[in-house]
Design a protein around this ligand. Structure first.
Ligand code: GLU
Length: 445
């Protein structure tokens, strides 16, 4: 890295001790900025880089709640409002026991550039809690969400900060969160949260958008080499919302997804994933991947190694950060995998990214390829503001156009800065320059 950029990185490490994921996310972006700053040195003026790596506001709060047996629990809640240059802070809430301030900061930082790439006028933020919804009753999840929102409501609003879902936060949680917000504010501000139910301000296609977009991005990358997804085998990790709709879209485009996973292991279904059964197990029953295997002849559950051991043409990591390391990347490459499109946030470690890039395969970082989710959240906000509702085809056509535009922006930026086909550089440079130009226009704030 150039000296000026290296100095900023060292300051981030010194100021945010022990926040390994945040350091990793910052490093990846800063490394891409070398050619940008070499060409446009003004981006390093006025401490712009120092400002862009420092969240505008970070809130950490106590979330007390009572379980069904009457025992009191205390969780920690977070909202990191990272950057509002382009619009209200926008980004999901993650409920998972691994959540800490470093994880939320890494996600918020990624969100800033991802949201810029969507060109939908949204700033970046992220929040969540170390609360684990697994095994909790609906009533417990409701009481937790109400307590969480009681504090969060002080900080959010339709033109201030607009949370949505992420791992552990789906339609049920957004419902409880919205109900409490509405009660506290005595106002039906539909645009304060996205990922809402269709009967109360949600948008068609929001549920599908992240997974669909990830596959659309893979399709656009393949098109640059005159190829399509038709007939390709696909490894998907995860079994949540992103994974399910990545599988659905891949199937629609003629590919054959043969895997998915959760923390208990991964499933290989050589005949091709039975999507209806997977949806029944995960969305209706809130079950585990083993419940799928028990009902699906020919499918097997593997508890050793990783899903990346399965030979495939295309890999779609849709589980969580750092789920695909250098060794996994080497295995995928050895088995002939030629396309990686990330549905999760930062699922590939720096060593894995390096391996994909030096092998010259098509590799898309999540901040570009998974941006369809947040882009469709912005479409939901647009419908809420207009008190209107689009049909599925209208919303889907907009998502398709946004994903194509993100892909083409990445390609153009990679070319401009001398590394054609480098989607990491392309995404970071295109996202950064959009945010930085507006920060400069707004002055030192
Ligand atoms: N959590 C999703 C993401 O990582 C969606 C955020 C949103 O819709 O605001 O982009």
């Amino acid at each position: 890295m150039q000296d000026v950029v290296e100095k900023v990185y060292e300051q981030v490490v010194a100021r945010n001790r022990g926040e390994a994921e945040f350091h990793q996310a910052v490093r990846e972006v800063l490394e891409s900025l070398d050619p940008v700053i070499a060409k446009h040195p003004h981006y390093a003026d006025d401490a712009l880089l120092e400002r862009i790596v420092e969240p505008e506001r970070q809130v950490i709060f106590r979330v007390p709640w009572v379980d069904d047996a009457g025992a009191v629990h205390v969780n920690r809640g977070f909202r990191v409002e990272f950057n509002s240059a382009l619009g209200p802070y926008k980004g999901g809430l993650r409920f998972h026991p691994s959540v800490n301030v470093g994880i939320i900061k890494f996600l918020g930082f990624e969100q800033v550039f991802k949201n810029a790439l969507t060109a939908q006028g949204i700033g970046g933020g992220k929040g969540g809690s170390d609360f684990d919804p697994h095994g909790r009753s609906d009533a417990e999840v409701m009481r937790f969400c109400q307590s969480f929102m009681t504090e969060l409501s002080r900080h959010i609003g339709p033109s201030t900060d607009v949370p949505a879902g992420d791992i552990g936060v789906g339609g049920r949680e957004i419902g409880y969160l919205f109900g409490q917000y509405k009660r506290l504010r005595n106002a039906y501000d539909a645009g304060v949260l996205t990922g809402k139910g269709l009967a109360w301000g949600g948008s068609l296609v929001r549920t599908e958008a992240t997974g669909y977009g990830t596959v659309l991005f893979a399709q656009s990358m393949l098109a640059t080499r005159g190829q399509t997804l038709e007939g390709k085998t696909v490894a998907v990790s995860g079994a949540g919302n992103v994974a399910i709709y990545a599988i659905e879209k891949a199937q629609k485009l003629g590919a054959k997804p043969i895997t998915f996973s959760d923390s208990s292991g991964y499933v290989v279904d050589e005949a091709g994933v039975d999507l209806e059964l997977l949806k029944q197990v995960k969305e209706v029953e809130r079950g585990r991947v083993k419940d799928y295997v028990e009902r699906r002849p020919g499918a097997r559950l593997v508890t050793q190694g990783r899903v990346w051991d399965v030979p495939v043409d295309v890999a779609l990591p849709c589980a969580t950060q750092n789920e695909l390391d250098g060794a996994n990347a080497a295995t995928l490459l050895k088995n002939g995998c030629a396309v990686v499109s990330e549905g999760a946030n930062m699922p590939s470690t720096p060593e894995a990214v390096e391996a994909f890039q030096s092998a010259g395969i098509l590799y898309a970082p999540g901040k570009a390829s998974n941006a369809g989710g947040v882009a469709t959240s912005a479409l939901e906000m647009e419908q809420n503001a207009g008190r209107t509702r689009w049909d599925f085809a209208t919303a889907e056509a907009k998502l398709d156009a946004i994903m194509t535009d993100i892909h083409d922006s990445c390609v153009a930026a990679a070319e401009e800065y001398g590394r054609p086909g480098d989607y990491v550089l392309g995404a970071n440079a295109a996202g950064f320059t959009r945010v930085a130009d507006v920060m400069i226009a707004h002055g030192i704030v």
